[in-house]
Design a protein around this ligand. Sequence first.
Ligand SMILES: Cc1cc2nc3c(=O)[nH]c(=O)nc-3n(C[C@H](O)[C@H](O)[C@H](O)COP(=O)(O)OP(=O)(O)OC[C@H]3O[C@@H](n4cnc5c(N)ncnc54)[C@H](O)[C@@H]3O)c2cc1C
Length: 310
Amino acid sequence: MERDDPSSQILDCLIVGSGPAGLTAAIYLTRFHLSVSIIDSGKSRATLIPLSRNHAGFPEGIPGTDLLARMRRQAAQYGARLQNGEVSRLSHEAGRFIGQIGGSTVRARTVLLATGVTNRRPAMMDDACHDQALATGLLRYCPICDGYEVTDKSIAVLGTGERGYKEAVFLRSYSADVTLVAPEGEHQLTAKQRGDLAAAGVALLGHCTAIRIVSDRIALVSESKTRCFDTLYPALGSEIHSQLGGAVGADRTQDGCLIVDAHQRTNVTGLYAAGDVVLGLDQISHAMGEGGVAATTIRNDLAEATPLRR
Ligand SMILES: Cc1cc2nc3c(=O)[nH]c(=O)nc-3n(C[C@H](O)[C@H](O)[C@H](O)COP(=O)(O)OP(=O)(O)OC[C@H]3O[C@@H](n4cnc5c(N)ncnc54)[C@H](O)[C@@H]3O)c2cc1C
């Protein structure tokens, strides 16, 4: 039976997702003296970062899990309620949003979607091998974040088409030893892309059938041969978690990213979005910046509807 959460009230803001975007917004909103709950299903991309070295303010680097723990502590200290769970449905009635979490509902005047994305993983790699490779830097998902760490190393990019082409060209500014490996079948590249890759000295390999760790290197089986690399970047795209927005009528790009204005408002009154789920630079700093902008817009929009007083 569906029931209201016992501690429920009409919240000023329900935040869905407690990665860097959602947690930054929670810190700002609670410090504006607004009532905030954050619901999170525990899959922040930041939990996969063994050690971030490009996030400003941490010259020795910081593991993603440590950064999130610090932010959760900071949000909780000002009164944000953090709850594990998945918002499975979002609806909008009479100027109120209703979120469903398991058998409970939460009501809010505004909602911030900070639900992020999930990188598509190589299908030819089992979970244990994937996680070990990620933890040791043999597998990487973010050239902007950690291309520096593979300067002058041998790099494989698993991908093809425009996405694979762009990632290989990007990584070529870090190393002369870059190979683009097709995830299935033949490469899908135009003549111009092939010419550019050849001119840049990027090697091409066809159809990858298996990926393994061999001593301290990552081995890709392709065209019946095994080649070992220092690191592998999958360039297979992402699943964008924007379904809740779509359910209440928010506009999305063709890829599924939520569309917002310069203040993080979607086209649905009272619904805001921040972080990777919005089209932009998929980085912690950007997610935090958008979280701060969204929170301030939410505060100002709420104050316009009903002046905020203590
Ligand atoms: C391996 C790796 C290394 C990276 N390294 C760096 C780096 O060094 N520097 C850097 O700047 N960036 C790095 N990034 C990118 C960075 O992690 C992301 O840009 C950042 O985490 C985005 O923050 P976010 O808050 O938008 O989304 P996320 O951190 O992904 O958080 C989204 C949250 O929403 C939750 N959620 C989704 N749907 C629901 C729902 N329906 N109900 C409840 N909860 C939901 C998810 O469980 C998740 O916890 C890296 C990413 C990866 C994968």
